[in-house]
Design a protein around this ligand. Structure first.
Ligand code: MLT
Length: 389
């Protein structure tokens, strides 16, 4: 008799984004003429940049000719993309292209990496943070070995090393949803903690391209000792609008203990057939001169919307955080409303979609997250509606 994985019953809350999709569908059904402003899921608002479109079209064309066709690619990713990443992003940090693994998303990598670790590993996870870390470890049977790292106003929303040992640590910086990034000193404290407790850090750096503060490292490998304890994940989703294309990469250094690099290579070879060739060519194009110019302009535009929304909310007397090194604004709900009540109010009265902070963890209660992946017109309209709330 087939027996289901019993750990799924430990998932006490549904995944946040499908619930929001349902709420949006209900609103559209009940108010078909409403123009909804979606500052919910962090999805792109601008089209793919021309350099990427051109590279993808050209690569697809290659696949239509017998001399240049491509079948299965290497499961770790094509060397042309791995080398472009190594040269462009990691040359000064002495990361070799063979330590870089291409995948279809940081989501995919952060939920698969725990497979490399023992079943009874103790896992430290910030609260609030990107909800998949907790859900994936719960599905894997680690619900009772989770150590929550509260990120509250008192800690400036920064997770601090716990006073108990743990084996695996998830850090998302700049953090989704709070938009707060770890500075050099804070990240050094985590690396030191991981070294002294023989733990491994899974560092979700998907929002690196939004970092502007000089004291926030662009890579965990800028921190002394990190190559012995950290795996870094980055994505083209937010830096180059690849949410619908799917391409990301993860650094698994050879200097990690216990052959983790070889284990990940083995795991990927077995369980992944890699990312489509044209998509990898598109990702490579983001590192060309015109590609860089174009994708940086998009990121700058999203950050401008973050600043606009942040300043606008503050002028209206609201308390908010983030929005500096990240495309997210962490907005304290007025009048102590619960995050779901405030979400409903924004939806019903402003036709505006936010994300209830509670969906990112219990310490997210009392906040909503606004995404700045939007256009200037939409951001302006959103503030007008909020003003009338
Ligand atoms: C978010 O809105 O938190 C992210 O866009 C979701 C994701 O990256 O999967």
């Amino acid at each position: 008799m087939a027996r289901i994985n019993p750990h799924f019953t430990n998932l006490h809350t549904p995944y946040i984004f499908p619930i929001i999709e349902e709420k949006l569908a209900d609103l559209q059904k009940n108010h078909p003429s409403a123009t909804v402003i979606n500052l919910g899921i962090g999805d792109i608002a601008l089209p793919l940049v021309p350099a990427v479109v051109q590279a993808i079209c050209q690569a697809t064309e290659e696949m239509g000719h017998s001399t240049t066709r491509k079948g299965y690619g290497p499961s770790e990713g094509y060397p042309f993309l791995r080398k472009a990443i190594a040269n462009h992003e990691y040359a000064h940090l002495d990361i070799s292209w063979e330590e870089i693994f291409i995948s279809d998303g940081t989501n995919t990598d952060t939920v698969n990496l725990p497979e490399l670790f023992a079943h009874d590993s103790r896992v430290a996870i910030p609260n609030p943070t990107y909800p998949v870390y907790l859900a994936a470890n719960t599905m894997a049977g680690r619900a009772s070995s989770i150590i929550a790292l509260p990120c509250t106003e008192e800690t400036r929303f920064v997770p601090v090393p716990p006073d108990q040992p743990c084996d695996l640590i998830f850090l998302c910086s700049p953090n989704n949803p709070t938009g707060v990034a770890l500075n050099r000193k804070e990240l050094q404290a985590w690396v030191d903690y991981a070294r002294s407790s023989h733990a491994i850090i899974i560092y979700d750096n998907a929002y690196v391209s939004f970092i502007r503060s000089p004291d926030v490292p662009l890579s965990i490998y800028e921190i002394e000792g990190a190559k012995e304890v950290a795996i870094e994940c980055r994505s083209f989703s937010k830096s180059a609008g690849f949410t619908g294309l799917r391409c990301a990469y993860t650094i698994v250094p050879r200097s990690l203990p216990d052959g983790l690099h070889s284990m990940w290579k083995r795991r990927q070879a077995t369980k992944s057939n890699g990312v489509a060739y044209p998509i990898q060519r598109g990702a490579e194009a983001t590192f060309s001169k015109e590609g860089q110019f174009q994708v940086k302009a998009q990121v700058a535009s999203y950050l401008e919307q973050a600043t606009y929304l942040f300043d606008g909310l503050q002028k209206l007397g609201h308390l908010c955080y983030g929005g500096i090194d990240a495309p997210y604004i962490w907005w304290k709900t007025p009048k102590d409303l619960s995050s779901w009540d405030f979400f409903d109010r924004l939806l019903e009265q402003c036709h505006l979609i936010a994300v209830p902070g509670q969906g990112f963890g219990s310490y997210g209660e009392g906040y909503v997250r606004l995404s700045a992946f939007t256009t200037p017109n939409q951001a302006e309209e959103a503030l007008c509606r909020i003003q009338q709330l």
